[in-house]
Design a protein around this ligand. Structure first.
Ligand SMILES: [Zn+2]
Length: 583
């Protein structure tokens, strides 16, 4: 432990020029000093570790320098500068408001303010974390801030500007410090590494700078940590291991799997990452940033925003060429959604797996390149129709009713629902088909296929129109009417009307198990027909025997006859026509 000085202190800038990443701000300060236009109070705001206190100290030293350079920098040689650099100057007072925030602390500071400096021109009071001062302390300080002695300069520093009272803000010149860019951080770290004879890979320093998130102090502390860990050879691998950062490599591998639609390998890679102890949510956000970076690298202009070393940027640009914009938008959207759902999710592992599965599914061949867009739109329409037709054919084969008549009548009816004018073909296209993005299809093709479409569209999951109970009953009756007189279903349907109980779920209360059986036998057909008529493919029928009738069996001849009549319309007609009555 001989004279080891942490890098953040050892390489603390002593001139404005050596301050990293705040060029505009330091230039303004220097200009103020050279032109002699000094304010009595300054407010330095910005995130932690970006150089606020450092700049305040350089400022204090520079305005007290006995022989300042022409460019406004301190000489660092005169008595005053040396005293400052050796931290024994009496012209600088630092107060950490985080721990000294009482009125008394401020009062003792105000006492000192009145005493003029022995050497040099100004006494500089730096109040760090000034937002931590109590309200009473603020008020006590306000008076001094309004009428300071000419030799006093206050520099207030804060990470939380919004907590500063407006009365204070209005009395200060405000300087906003920005986060230090990754590029600037890396350059400075490279400089420090060269001074310390440390071998450092650019990618390693890049990860380090990213971890520091714009703060140079943090970057230098992490740097020290990694240097001692690696014994002076800072490699990318050592850094990601030491800082528990997930290797870029995994994201590239995962992207390859996603692009190839390889779900199995995708899940294996995810498992490998998670088994290394990385948190699922971090992985998901990592994938999101990875896709965002790929998107940035699609265009040379936005690639500039991507703050990484040149070698890794080339790799991103190469991978980005393989990804269609559309794919990246969808992927980012998907991952973002998973990120939002992660916290409330009960099964987080499943969510992570599902995210990878969904991502792999994004890259079907249609989305692999921009050039195929035209084909992309058209292809699914026809293939979907074929499968739909096949599905309907299967369905009608298993649940078919003996008569083909009603389907014809049904189709007729559906055609009459659409405008009859054949001139106006645009209107003739069912609006839902236009909506589903199938604009690439020629309209005449639709007109020709219209009849089939009407039959198959029930399978279209996108049909989801709302309907009223009355509409349901009307369509139910209308469908029953299309059935032949001999069809037993017709009577049952006309006798037992549906009752809408949820958006698309309706119940039919029947009188006996025979009717129940009959409806259930034809439930697929009924649901399909009603689905078409009401334009809702989620329609669902529930059949229940009326509780009242369930237990009540037909005992008397009259009851038996009534029951039979319910089943058979011919009996009713017989009874009506001959005026029969059971005694
Ligand atoms: Zn000097």
């Amino acid at each position: 432990m001989d004279n080891y000085i942490v890098s953040a202190r050892k390489y603390r800038p002593v001139t404005f020029n050596s301050v990293v990443g705040q060029r505009a701000l330091t230039t303004t300060l220097k200009n103020a000093i050279t032109s002699g236009k000094l304010a009595h109070a300054y407010l330095f705001c910005g995130p932690r570790g970006v150089g606020k206190t450092t700049c305040a100290r350089i400022f204090a030293k520079t305005i007290n320098c006995l022989s300042p350079a022409a460019d406004g920098e301190a000489c660092n040689r005169c008595e005053s500068c040396v005293a400052f650099n050796e931290q024994r100057s009496f012209n600088i007072h630092e107060l950490d408001a985080a721990s000294n925030n009482s009125v008394d602390d401020i009062r003792s500071l105000i006492e000192q303010v009145r005493i003029p400096p022995q050497i040099g021109k100004y006494k500089v009071y730096i109040i760090d974390e000034v937002h931590m001062l109590s309200a009473a302390a603020f008020n006590a300080f306000l008076k001094t801030l309004e009428e300071p002695p000419h030799h006093a300069v206050f520099i207030l520093a804060t990470t939380e500007k919004h907590k500063i009272l407006p009365t204070i803000l209005s009395r200060c010149q405000i300087y906003d410090f920005s986060r230090i860019t990754i590029k600037d951080t890396v350059e400075h770290l490279q400089y420090v590494a060269s001074q310390e004879n440390v071998q450092a890979e650019p990618e390693a320093l890049n990860v380090l700078a990213q971890k520091a998130d714009g703060g140079m102090r943090d970057a230098l502390s992490i740097f020290d940590q990694v240097v001692s860990f690696t014994g002076g050879n800072v490699t990318y691998r050592a850094v990601i291991e030491n800082l528990n950062v997930l290797d870029y490599e995994y994201y590239f591998k995962l992207t390859d799997c996603i692009l190839a639609g390889n779900v199995v390998n995708g899940l294996l890679i995810l498992n490998e990452i998670l088994s290394k102890g990385f948190d699922g949510n971090n992985v998901i956000t990592g994938i999101a940033s990875h896709f965002r970076d790929l998107l940035l690298c699609k265009d040379p202009k936005t690639a500039e925003l991507f703050e990484v070393g040149a070698s890794i940027r080339d790799r991103y640009i190469e991978t980005a060429k393989k990804c269609a914009n559309d794919f990246l938008y969808k992927a980012i959207d998907l991952v973002n959604e998973s990120d939002l759902n992660y916290k409330p999710s009960k099964n987080k592992r499943l969510l992570s797996d599902l995210t990878v599965i969904k991502l792999c599914q994004l890259s079907s061949p249609q989305t692999s390149s921009d050039g195929q867009k035209q084909k992309q739109v058209i292809d699914p329409v026809f293939s979907k129709q074929e499968t739909k037709q096949a599905a309907t054919a299967d369905q009608s084969a298993t649940t078919s009713t003996p008569n083909s008549q009603h389907t014809d009548a049904d189709a007729q009816k559906n055609i009459s629902n659409t405008p009859k004018s054949t001139n106006n073909t645009v209107v003739a296209v069912p609006p839902k088909l236009v909506n589903s993005g199938d604009l690439g299809i020629s309209i005449s093709a639709f007109s020709r296929k219209k009849e089939e479409d009407d039959k198959i569209e029930v399978k279209d999951e996108s049909l989801n129109e709302r309907f009223t109970p009355l509409q349901l009953i009307n369509e139910w009756k209308a469908f029953a009417e299309t059935l032949t007189e001999e069809h037993h279903l017709k009577n049952t349907m006309l006798n037992c009307l549906p009752n809408l109980i949820e958006t698309a779920l309706f119940e039919v209360v029947v009188n006996n198990p025979v009717q129940e059986q009959r409806l259930l036998e034809h439930s697929m057909d009924i649901q399909a027909k009603l689905g078409t008529r009401l334009r809702n493919s989620h329609i669902k029928m529930k059949v229940r025997v009326s509780e009242e009738n369930e237990k009540k069996l037909a005992f008397t001849p009259a009851e038996k006859f009534n029951l039979m009549m319910g089943e058979n319309e011919s009996l009713r007609r017989l009874k009506d026509e001959f005026g029969l009555e059971l005694s």
